[in-house]
Design a protein around this ligand. Structure first.
Ligand SMILES: Nc1ncnc2c1ncn2[C@@H]1O[C@H](COP(=O)(O)OP(=O)(O)O)[C@@H](O)[C@H]1O
Ligand SMILES: O=C(O)[C@@H](O)C(=O)COP(=O)(O)O
Length: 422
C-alpha cells in the first residue's frame, strides 16, 4: 500500500475511495480498499490505496486526534508513504475542531509544515477563492449548510474558521499562484512552512487546479482536503513506478433492498420527496424514537413487508423541525438515539437477508457501517458523483453510503439500479 487516507466520516471515505479508484477520464487510478474503522489485520497485498473511515467529525477533538493518529500508525505499518486527511467539501466542523486539531497532530507526527488544506470538489460545486468556500453560486454560509444539525457552517472564510481550530497561524496560497503551476505552488508551500505555518489553505476552482496541486504534492507526506485533493495523487505513484495505474472494481449484485435516510441536508430532503411519489416510504416519528416506542424491529418490518418495491425509512426533518427537536431533547441525545436506531435496523435487515442497502447521511452511514462489521470494501460503479457502490465480501452485501448533499433528485432508485448491476 502506498497511499493512506484517514477520512473523518464514512460517506466522505467512500467519496475519496471513489476518486482514487476511478480518477478523471484518462488519468491514473489506484487499486483501492475502504475500511470501516481501523482494521485489526494487515491489508490484502494487492491494495495500493487504503481509505480508513472514522466517525470522528463531531466527537471531542482529543478523541478525534487519537483515533486519527492510530489510523496513521496502521497505514504506516502497511507501507504508505503519503497520507491524506479527508474531511468534508463543506468543511463541516465547529470553532473547536476537528479539522485543525487532527491536521496539526498528523503534521506534527509526520514532522511536516506547509500542509495543503483544500476542501474543493468542483463536480459537486465546491470551489475556493481567496480562501472563501462556495457551494455552487453561494458562499458556504448561505448554501444551506448554516442549518446543519451538528456542524452549522456560518463562516465561508476557511482561513479564519481554521484559525479558530489551530495552534499555529494558517496560511493562504491564492488562485493566481495555483494558476502559475505546480512549481509555484510547491515554492509557496515551502515559504509558508519556513514562516511556521503548519496548515495552508490553497485555492482551487477547477479539476485542473487540483491536478496542479496534486503534482506539487508529489513529495508531501501529508495533504488534507475533500475528495478532489486526491485527483492528482495517483499519477505521482505511477510516475514513480510504484503503482500500475488501474483499479479492480466489480459490476453489481442482485437481492433484497432497503433504503435508510438520516440526513437532513437539502439534497436528501428532495430525494426523499421524489422517491415517495412512487415508492413505499415511512417517516420515523423522532419523538417516539427518543422515547423508545418506535423500535428497529418496527422499521425492519416495514422494509421487509415492502421488499421489491424499493422501500425507504427516514428520520430527516426540515430545519425548523430539527431545531425544535434539538431544543427539546438536546442535539447529542437526538443524534445518538437516531444513530442507534438506524444501526439496529441495519443489523436486523442484514439478518433478514437484505443484500442491497442504501444509506443517506455521513453520521448515519457511520453508525450503520460500524454496526455491520463489513470488513474491507471494494469500490464499484459510481451512482452519482462522490457516491460509489461498495462491495463487502465478508458480508456478501452491496452498500452505498451517500453524503447528505450528494446525488441527483432520483438518487435512491438509481442507486438500487446501479447496485443491481444496471
Ligand atoms: N428529524 C431530526 N431531528 C434532529 N436531528 C436529526 C433528525 N434526523 C436526523 N437527525 C440527525 O442529524 C444528523 C445528520 O447528519 P448526517 O447523517 O451526517 O447527515 P449529512 O450527511 O446530511 O450531514 C445525524 O446526527 C442525525 O441523527
Ligand atoms: O466531501 C464531501 O462533501 C463528502 O465526502 C462528505 O464528507 C460529506 O459528509 P456528509 O454530508 O456528512 O455525508
Amino acid at each position: 500500500m502506498f497511499l493512506g487516507v484517514i477520512a473523518d466520516d464514512f460517506t466522505g471515505a467512500s467519496d475519496i475511495a471513489n476518486t482514487i479508484a476511478k480518477g478523471l477520464p484518462g488519468q491514473a487510478a489506484l487499486a483501492t480498499s475502504q475500511y470501516m474503522g481501523i482494521p485489526d489485520k494487515p491489508a490484502r497485498p494487492e491494495v495500493e490505496a487504503g481509505v480508513i473511515s472514522l466517525k470522528s467529525r463531531t466527537i471531542p477533538p482529543a478523541e478525534a486526534v487519537s483515533q486519527s493518529l492510530a489510523a496513521l500508525d496502521w497505514l504506516k505499518a502497511q507501507g504508505c508513504t503519503q497520507f491524506v486527511f479527508k474531511y468534508c467539501s463543506t468543511f463541516d466542523s465547529t470553532k473547536e475542531g476537528n479539522i485543525g486539531p487532527v491536521a496539526e497532530a498528523l503534521a506534527e507526527r509526520l514532522g511536516v509544515k506547509g500542509v495543503v488544506v483544500c476542501p474543493v470538489f468542483p463536480t459537486a460545486g465546491r470551489t475556493l477563492y481567496q480562501g472563501h468556500l462556495f457551494v455552487k453560486d453561494r458562499l458556504l454560509s448561505e448554501s444551506g449548510m448554516q442549518h446543519h444539525p451538528l456542524t452549522p457552517m456560518t463562516d465561508p472564510d476557511i482561513r479564519r474558521w481554521l484559525g479558530y481550530q489551530s495552534k499555529s497561524p494558517v496560511g493562504l496560497v491564492a488562485l493566481p499562484t495555483v494558476r502559475q503551476g505546480s512549481a509555484a505552488v510547491r515554492a509557496a508551500l515551502l515559504a509558508a512552512a519556513h514562516e511556521g505555518q503548519t496548515l495552508v489553505v490553497v485555492d482551487a476552482v477547477l479539476d485542473e487546479d487540483l491536478l496542479t496541486i496534486g503534482t506539487a504534492c508529489a513529495e508531501a507526506a501529508l495533504v488534507t482536503g475533500g475528495s478532489g485533493i486526491a485527483l492528482g495523487l495517483a499519477a505521482n505513484f505511477v510516475a514513480q513506478g510504484a503503482a500500475k495505474g488501474k483499479s479492480a472494481g466489480f459490476t453489481g449484485k442482485a437481492g433484497p433492498e432497503a433504503i435508510l435516510a438520516g440526513s437532513c441536508s437539502g439534497a436528501t430532503w428532495e430525494q426523499i420527496q421524489v422517491h415517495s411519489k412512487d415508492h413505499p416510504v415511512l417517516a420515523i416519528d423522532v419523538e417516539k424514537a427518543l422515547l423508545g416506542t418506535t423500535s428497529a424491529g418496527d422499521l425492519a418490518d416495514f422494509l421487509t413487508a415492502n421488499r421489491g418495491k424499493e422501500p425507504l425509512v427516514y428520520s430527516s426533518g426540515t430545519p425548523e423541525r430539527v431545531v425544535a427537536t434539538q431544543a427539546k431533547y438536546g442535539r447529542e441525545r437526538v443524534a445518538a438515539a437516531l444513530d442507534e436506531l438506524f444501526a439496529q435496523t441495519a443489523r436486523e435487515l442484514v439478518g433478514r437477508g437484505v443484500k442491497r442497502l442504501v444509506v443517506a447521511g455521513g453520521e448515519t452511514s457511520g453508525a450503520v457501517a460500524q454496526a455491520l462489521d463489513l470488513g474491507d470494501l471494494l469500490v464499484g460503479p459510481e451512482v452519482d458523483p462522490g457516491v460509489p457502490v461498495l462491495l463487502s465480501r465478508d458480508k456478501d452485501l452491496v452498500i452505498a453510503l451517500k453524503s447528505g448533499n450528494f446525488g441527483g433528485p432520483d438518487f435512491f432508485a438509481k442507486a438500487l439500479r446501479t447496485m443491481g448491476g444496471a
